[in-house]
Design a protein around this ligand. Sequence first.
Ligand code: CA
Ligand code: CA
Length: 742
Amino acid sequence: MKSKKIRWSLQLSAIVMCIILLACFPMPALVSAQSKVDVLFEGTVNLPLSETFTVTAYNSGAEYAVKKNTPLGALQEAADTAGFTYDVTDKKYADSGVLLLDNVGSYRRKSPGSWYAYVNGVYKDGYVNPADGLNVMELENGDRVEFYYAAGIDDPTDINTVKEKATAAVKIVVSTGKSAAGESATADWTLQLSGASEGWTLKLLGEVGDTITQKESGFETAKSVPQLRIVKYAEDRTTILAEKTIDYLWMERNLEVIGDGEKVYRFEGVTFDPNNLWDPEETYPGGFKIENAVKGTRIRDLCELVGGMGAGTEVVLVAKDGYETRLPYSSIYPDPWVQARQGDAILAWWADGKYVPEYADGMRLFFTPKDGIYGQWDMHETLPEKYWHYYYSDGVQYPSCAGLSAKWITEIRVYSVPESDWKLKLDGRDIGGMEYEVSKTYFEQALACQFGANHRAAYTDSKGRVWEGMPLWLLVGFVDDADQHSDKAFNDALAKAGYKVIITAADGYSVMIDSRDIIRNNNYIVANTLNGTTIPESSSDWPLRLVGPAVKGSTSISKIVSIRLVPKQTLTDIAGHWAGNNIKELFVLGAISGYPDGTFRPDKEITRAEFATILVKALKLEQQSGKVFGDTAGHWAKDAIATVAHYGIVRGYDANTFRPDDFITREQMAAMIVRAIKLTPATEELSFTDSGRISGWAKEAVATAVKNGIMKGYPDNTIRPQAKTTRAEAVTVIVNALKREK
Ligand SMILES: [Ca+2]
Ligand SMILES: [Ca+2]
């Protein structure tokens, strides 16, 4: 949450880049004095090795990841720098993997000329020779890449004739590393900026291609009064209709001051009582998380400075670290019901005798309810559910109204029309997990680290665009098994065993990623923001786009609406079965397999040998071959039985007898499972109606299994110790045991 990258630095680096680019690259008009040729770009581009960018084929709309150190990468950099466009087609991609250049700027293919590409003066024609493909061949430091647009060319390999006839050109020298970039690549410069209250000077040093991040020190001490920017956006949510930048001095002079500086306003702390999450009686068992005597300005009055909130919209309060808090129209323009419980939503710039910046948490959101306390139940009663904040602790989702009280607010975004909502469907049921629908708000709150861990990840693409969102593995962890929120929510064992992660777009297009490629890494990120702003609905990426260093053409997907986890193979007879989820989980783990006809036959009995085999695989016991019973010597499960015997999980009937093909009874199963995961023995008497029928040697094991939730009785309160175990029951007991181990 405490990102060093403050909002200003983004704006500064944009200015910085412009200045550097202007300084380093001569304008095209200045370098083409000697001929009629329209030189769209001439200069050096820096192409980092092992980075890629995404290009969209204009004929098909398909996206491709292309290495930067290719002729196409060089063209892309030139295009970005000089501000022209180009078009490639993928009509040859399917059979030769090349992209072909048709148009650059207004110079179109066969209208009347065509584009010819050269590297160090040698013609490169990917159409004829795929190794010469502009997206294929790799460039080296100092390579010259030239593109000429000319008509009436018989022999493209004759570069001199092509140059003579050319009417347009792009001339690039390639630099592939900072050290080789030459004198034009570094620049020292000084930038003078004036703050609203006093001037200050900021000196940044950088190199072309660097991301320059302003250090917080110096900047903050120089800036004596924090500024607040208020912006109103048009219906497209991008165009700025009005904006105003003010500070508390202006607010105090010009707008009604809320709060008398004596009355204390409080936010209730979380209850930490799982049986009383909301504290509707308002007894405040968790005390108060925030309590200050404040003065501030109504957020409504601030919104009105730029024309007010559109009906049904939400206001976005942005903190200096980028943290966003959203409140609905009804919270800023409250009706009497909300007014009584919530009061005004204000931006506090004074607390306990101090103005900002000495009031270090300011400017901060406060509510001014009549009773002085904004509690969990007030949040429940005054805000729609999607605005509720939570705090996770020990797997419990506690309502946390204090989470609304955002600190360090520097910007208020006001909108004209409501933002379209979206939902992301997560479905892990096919691998034994669960189904969950992530709302837009939930996703945003998770990113704002309300969920106990930092869920935010960022990726800068080849065009320098910064995408932010949630790593794919974290989303998968919500539904891969029954554990949604603990730090072990992502099931590593399942992911290592391998299942398919299918990501689907609104139009039905989908991509598949192997679970083994996503394990606790940021190679795949489901992004909802671009350059610090939520992806707008007008974008073809809305609402979510898959980005990250591992995302290639075949895994590139936008408009994501669902993520489904599916096993590599499926079983045909477990749909609707009471143990279906457990069966799927062990199946994906590879601990059980189906019959050749695709069935699992869950209600069939299971033999002692089969149970031992599943146990070895599920618990990943290291294979041992020492112990062989007289009747397991030639048995198919000889090794698994030897392994469980080695670990003391089974003892057999005697040295010679294991009876591998006997069906295992429930009390035998209890004995094996309890020894397998080494549970502390329980001695409690069991209260099943048939407890007395449990064999003496199995009493402790059955009690232990029941006490640990690994085995359960039947609805008629029997435990049926000598009944044959079904395959479904065996799987369930093992899954329960695995949970205990976890
Ligand atoms: Ca209250
Ligand atoms: Ca999980």
